[in-house]
Ligand binder design. Structure first.
Ligand SMILES: *Cc1c(COP(=O)(O)O)cnc(C)c1O
Length: 402
């Protein structure tokens, strides 16, 4: 097994509590500048002192050692090694966005005559990608919705199993350990979109996942100003993905990595607050007369609650509600009346957001509810009482005569 770049931090997170690790990981290159934070190193060209050093640069692991700007600078390496240690993985590869990370993992495993088994209800753009990635290679994509249906669909040609916990919008849980046990019997890699749980609440590799994908655009950066994907795993599990990224010219700017490193310092603190506030707002919404249902596995009423308890140590800010049926005009008044919730896609920043599930997103739903509109909230770091009051005032618009 190849050693990580020895100039990187060599301690192990296991010795420390996570919040201690977050304060200390990814800071080695600061030594050169006598600064607390690692310097932001931007580069297209990397220069070498000797021919030997130049030749050696091609023996190192791409995206992990200086070679050419495309494979990153010390700033990228700092973030990647911090994330790898946080996830207790051997290595991490940064990619331009969460979706590009998913595209890399799917693309690296789509092979001629092979088959990708994808969980129903994964992030909509992931499904859209599944429509086109495998086609040129005559690779097939099949969907499953439980470990049982996965077991039925497994075949010798299965190249990858792809899951997301919980699924986007519908927030459905799947038994990750059961999926990984089925896959391990046949030595099939399991990739998991672990964005929702973050490494703070969800130990993907501990549950058996070989390739964990994080849209670091969300909580890891946490400040709504960076697009970034991070993929973690063993060197072996990520070998084909790394080669794919190298061939495709994948590159992440040092600025994005530097900002994400800054964000990660407070990840633990932010996640605890998102958890407490999301619980408060979701429990309150569950009792609201205008709300039909709340999809949030951290609530005891959710069908995925037992699995959530087993697989997660907390829950972040996004959850979905189904409203009681109402007219489109009333629905529009409700959305437009929200003052503390920005109307937008994404989540994971410090601020609260609302996203009505419009036709574009509904593709991600295995079952479309025939009545009642779906609305996804992201509970930010504001006071939960203020957020409840804001939603309450907006929901009163639904009662007004349509
Ligand atoms: C946002 C998101 C992505 C995509 O990440 P980007 O950085 O926006 O491309 C992937 N998966 C999940 C679950 C997401 O929420």
């Amino acid at each position: 097994m190849t050693e990580a770049n020895p100039t990187h931090y060599t301690g192990t997170v296991n010795r420390w509590a996570v919040e201690t690790a977050l304060a200390h990981l990814g800071r080695c290159s600061g030594v050169a500048s006598n600064s607390v934070n690692p310097p932001l190193v931007r580069a297209s060209t990397t220069v070498f002192q000797t021919l030997e050093a130049f030749k050696d640069s091609y023996k190192g692991i791409v995206f992990e050692s200086p070679r050419y700007g495309r494979s990153g600078t010390s700033t990228n390496f700092e973030l990647q090694s911090a994330m790898a240690q946080l996830c207790r993985a051997q290595t991490c590869i940064a990619m331009p966005s969460g979706l590009s990370a998913i595209a890399a993992v799917l693309g690296a495993h789509a092979r001629t005559g092979g088959r990708l088994l994808v969980q129903q209800g994964v992030y909509g753009p992931t499904q859209a990608l599944c429509d086109i990635v495998p086609a040129p290679m005559q690779c097939r994509v099949d969907y499953f919705d439980s470990p049982q249906s996965l077991a039925c669909k497994l075949a010798p040609d299965t190249a990858l199993i792809f899951i997301e916990v919980p699924t986007s919008l519908t927030m459905r849980m799947i038994d990750v350990e059961a999926v990984c046990a089925i896959a391990a019997d046949r030595k099939i890699p399991v990739a998991c979109d672990a964005t929702w749980g973050t490494p703070i609440f969800f130990d993907a590799h501990g549950l058996g996942v070989s390739i964990a994908i994080h849209a670091a655009t969300k909580y890891i950066n946490g400040h709504s100003d960076v697009m970034l994907g991070l993929v973690t795993g063993s060197y072996e599990a990520l070998a084909s993905t790394r080669a794919w990224c190298d061939r495709q010219g994948s590159h992440v700017s040092a600025d994005a990595c530097w900002l994400a490193l800054r964000g990660v310092r407070t990840l633990h603190l932010r996640m605890q607050r998102h958890f407490a506030s999301a619980m408060a707002v979701a429990s309150w919404l569950e009792q609201h007369p205008q709300v039909e249902r709340v999809f949030f596995p951290a609530l005891p009423s959710d069908p995925g609650h037992a699995l959530w308890l087993r697989q997660f140590s907390g829950a972040p800010g996004p959850f979905t509600i189904e409203l009681k049926p109402c007219s489109e005009a009333a629905f529009e008044r409700f959305i437009n009346a929200l003052q503390l919730f920005g109307l937008g896609t994404s989540w994971g920043g410090y601020e609260s957001l609302v996203m009505p599930a419009i036709a574009h997103h509904l593709r991600a739903l295995p079952v479309q509810p025939d009545a009642g509109r779906l609305v996804r909230f992201h509970i930010g770091l504001e006071a939960p009482g203020d957020l409840c009051r804001d939603i309450d005032a907006a929901l009163s618009c639904l009662e007004a005569v349509a």
